[in-house]
Each structure stands twice: as structure tokens, then as C-alpha cells.
Design a protein. Sequence first.
Length: 307
Amino acid sequence: MFENSLFTSEFWEWFIIIPTVLGIIACFALIIWLGGGRPKDETAEVKTMGHVWDEDLAELNNPLPRWWLYMFYLTLIFGIIYLFLYPGLGSYKGYLNWSEVNEYEAEMKEAEALYGPIFAQYAEEPITTLAQNPDAVKLGHSLFMTYCTTCHGSDARGVRGYPNLRDDDWLYGGKAETIETSILNGRNGMMPNAQMNGLKTDADIHNITQYVISLSRKATDPAAAVHGEKIFKRVCFACHGMTGSGQQFMGAPNLTDDISLYGASQTDIKETIKNGRQGKMPAHGDFLGKAKVHLLATYIYSLSLKK
């Protein structure tokens, strides 16, 4: 398998190198060929292409202007120099050893030197205090707009599968320190599917769906909800508690408030119970650093103060 992988790697490397080099050579040959119509003696009469219209209108074999011809040559020479200095020929890294990673790291170091002290000045202050500081909240909002809007939206209200950060419903808790921990270390949520929970029949899934609905609003099938309660208290209480109010220390959601990460309709709830859910909040501690995470948590916590 290793030999096949090596062969594939070398194949694609030469697949890039050969067409690139041959392409440059072909361009040189084409220019030389097309430029061959220039007479050695600039004063000599230019030959025609053999086409004559209206008795005296002829198509002449005039060569390209020299400045135009030289521009083509300069373009090709620039391409050769570029391929020598920078990556472009398979795994060849270029004389300057440039790479996107090196460029990114250099930019990050420059940004850290410039903005690091600004973030650091807030690092020792409690989040609850910083949440009252407009400058700190503004910095945190800038970080949120850069790193968090893809999942939680620019208004922090989330979308299906990603939490709304503006309400009071928290999977792991809404305290300042808890929010900071979630950003630093990330979170991994897992809702087992029906088979893992021992729900073997469609009737079991229907019954427990009706009971979960009844926790926050009226079930469409009250009789099924009665049977579903027995299953819930046998299978689901370990995570969601006997009353269905959830347990934040393990990220189990409250089922009594009609707020659902994946939708609160009967179809959505049934799908969650049947297929389970996998949720992941990436850890940002190593990527952003504690000082930036501190300000990011400040902004998110400040949203709860605006209610």
C-alpha cells in the first residue's frame, strides 16, 4: 500500500511538472514561429499571404511589432523566474522556500506583536466586570464576528444545530467561567440513537416522542405519552433527569422549555430520538490564546445582560 501511495504521489508530481515545462517551451516555439515573418532586411518588401480582394487589397505578412514580441518573451521569462523562486513544480518548494503556512505564521506573529498587548490588558479582569466595559465588549464582538459567525450567525442567534447565545437556555451553563471554558476547551455532545437506547420498535419511538412533547406542551397522542413516560424514566432519566429538565454538567438539554437545538416539531424530535445527534464545539484555546478567549467570552456573556 505504501508503494502504491508513493507511486501515486510521484505520478501527480510529474503530471504537474511535465505539462508546465512543456507549456513554456511550446509558447517559446510558437512565438518564434509566428515571429518568423519578419524580413531580415527591414526595408525589404513584405510578402503577402496570397489573398487579394478588389484587385489591389492584399493581406500582408506583417510581423508583430518588436515591443509586443518582446513583451511575450518577458512574460515567459517572468514565469520561469517565478517557478524557480516559488512553489509551482510538484513538490519543489522554490528557492525562497515560500509557503502559505510560513506566510500565515509570519502574519500571526506580526499581529500578535501589534495587538497582543491590547488583549493582554484585559486578561486579569473578571468577565463579569469586563462585560460592563464598552471597549472590552467591542473587542470581544470583533473577535466573535471573525471566528464565530459561521456557526452562531452575526447576531449570535444561531441556526439549526448551533445554539442561540442570546437566550437563557444553556447546555453547559451560562456563567461567565463556564462560557470561557466552553470556548477554551470545546464541547462534545452525543445523543445516542434509538437502538443504542434499547428502543426496538417504532411504537416505542412514537410513545417517547409524545412524552417529550408533553413536557413542554400538549402531546398530540396523550395515550402514547403515558406509555412514553415509562420508557423515558427507564432509559432517558440518566441524562435528562426524571423530570426532563436536563443536566448541565453533562450537556443534556432541558426538554421542558420547548427550545430545541435541532427543532421542536414532532418530526424533529422523533428524528433526534431515532437517529441520535452528534454535536461538537471546537476548542479555541490553542488557536486564539487565553487573552482573546477571555474577551470573546466577555462579549457572549454581555449578551445575557441586555435582556
